[in-house]
Design a protein around this ligand. Structure first.
Ligand code: SF4
Ligand code: SF4
Length: 117
């Protein structure tokens, strides 16, 4: 059986260009789709408690944990984080180094310059 070569979907694709049934025609395309715009809760990283155990990075289904030098957690990629809460759930520190907060409330604080990180 030969693998069918599929055309990648461009970042500016309109609905007419999307594949039927929402099928994903090729691997490695997730970066092109910003899933963060339908998040209802967002993770807030507390650097002061973090021990860089990388559990959040290993479990995040969207590769949305941002690292510095590959070993230090510095925050989240909010273009792709969908607010699933797995990172906060697996974080082992007490208190947790990641809290989940209301997205609307976080955006309001960002707009007012009170946001964390
Ligand atoms: S909330 Fe989910 S998608 Fe967002 S950083 Fe945490 S594990 Fe990743
Ligand atoms: S799971 Fe918690 S302690 Fe571990 S790296 Fe992530 S935020 Fe830091």
């Amino acid at each position: 059986m030969s693998a069918k070569k599929e055309r990648p979907i461009s970042k500016t694709a309109g609905w007419r260009e999307l594949p039927s049934g929402g099928m994903i025609p090729a691997g490695g395309t997730a970066e092109a789709f910003k899933t963060g715009d339908w998040r209802t809760i967002r993770p807030v990283h507390h650097r002061e408690h973090c021990i860089d155990c990388m559990q959040c990075w290993a479990y995040c289904p969207d590769m949305a944990i941002l690292l510095e030098d590959g070993v230090r957690v510095i925050g989240m990629d909010f273009d792709h984080c969908k607010g699933c809460g797995i990172c906060a759930n697996v974080c082992p520190t007490k208190p947790k180094s990641i809290d989940m907060v209301s997205e609307i409330e976080a955006q309001r604080k960002d707009a007012e310059g009170e946001g964390e990180e």
